[in-house]
Design a protein. Structure first.
Length: 78
């Protein structure tokens, strides 16, 4: 009887893990697949290096006033 209870506990635990993965996994996949979403979420600006070895990425801090101005269209983008 104890073995059946352990199996039942594992099934209940796996159900909660599966629900969490389905709820969180889909948006993560969408953000990683779509460059426009990725840039919007992480505020990444890429600048080309002088050589062709790659791209340098710099992170910028976004303030709420800059986000509001950019959304309304009254400011310059970061």
């Amino acid at each position: 009887m104890l073995k059946n209870e352990a199996i039942t506990d594992i099934i209940y635990l796996s159900e909660y893990v599966a629900i969490d993965l389905l709820n969180v996994g889909s948006p993560i996949i969408m953000i990683m697949a779509c460059k426009q979403l990725r840039d919007h979420v992480f505020f990444i600006k890429s600048t080309e290096n002088g050589d062709n070895n790659g791209t340098a990425i710099s992170f910028t801090k976004a303030s709420s006033s800059n986000l509001y101005n950019n959304y309304v269209g009254h400011g310059t983008p970061n």
